[in-house]
Design a protein around this ligand. Structure first.
Ligand code: URA
Length: 235
């Protein structure tokens, strides 16, 4: 098995991030630093360490969904000392977040120790939809919805198309459903910024067929076998 695939299966990070980790010289195979991309290892025999700590393919995989509250970062550590989503999770197993939500975004995010699962869910090739509920001030005009649907132009570059449906307007705030497939950095906030709208609340409610449902803020719940199979075996 390739070293980057091995590290990713161990839940270290995505395959691409594992390549960066390998290049940085933090990985040893059989006691020797291995910083060569594409290295093949024997996953049953070779001893692989990251920063001196042995990494192994987990005997049991864990798949959780979390309702991330606002005010948490999606990383194991934060240089500014902010709260991390891992402080909300009671797990003896080392987990990674599958994709990210911004500090001020709330809603559905998966956590797992199965790097293969993390790769499948986040890789643009697999086109898993992500649905967000977006709250903005004022009423949205049809022309603004049309721009979001066609793909806003940001610095001369057209962003991907989105499915956008108004949900409600209470005289002050509009709530919309926004569905995207790609996961560019701050994509939804950038789409609305491009039409001059600040987002009051951004919440992810669905990834592929898996919904946030009634999961309370800050709580986790294991994915069902059916939900796991949906991602691992294809839609
Ligand atoms: N788009 C954003 O702008 N932020 C998120 O957290 C997720 C999608």
């Amino acid at each position: 098995m390739r070293l980057n695939k091995f590290l990713s299966t161990c839940g270290v990070a995505s395959r691409r991030k594992c390549d960066e980790i390998i290049l940085s010289g933090r990985v040893c195979v059989g006691g020797k630093v291995c910083n060569v991309l594409g290295t093949e290892i024997n996953e049953k025999k070779d001893v692989v360490t990251l920063d001196g700590v042995r990494v192994k393919i987990p005997e049991q995989f864990v798949y959780l969904k979390l309702n991330k509250p606002k005010g948490y970062v999606c990383s194991a550590k934060d240089e500014k000392g902010r709260k991390t989503i891992f402080q909300l999770v009671n797990s003896t197993t080392r987990l990674v977040n599958v994709g990210r939500l911004d500090y001020n975004t709330e809603g559905l995010i998966f956590l797992t120790n199965d790097g293969n699962f993390a790769n499948l869910v986040t890789h643009p090739r697999f086109h898993f939809e992500k649905e967000y509920h977006v709250t903005v001030e004022g009423e949205m005009k049809e022309s603004e919805l049309a721009v979001l649907r066609a793909g806003v132009v940001e610095n001369g570059v057209r962003m991907p198309k989105a499915k956008v449906m108004p949900i409600s307007f209470d005289g002050k705030l509009s709530k919309l459903s926004v569905i995207i497939e790609e996961g560019q950095n701050h994509q939804v906030r950038r789409m609305f910024a491009a039409i001059g709208k600040d987002i009051v609340l951004l919440k992810r409610v669905r990834i592929g067929e898996v919904r946030l449902g009634g999961l309370s803020r800050g709580k986790t719940k294991p994915l069902t076998q059916q939900e796991i199979a949906y991602f691992l075996e294809g839609k």
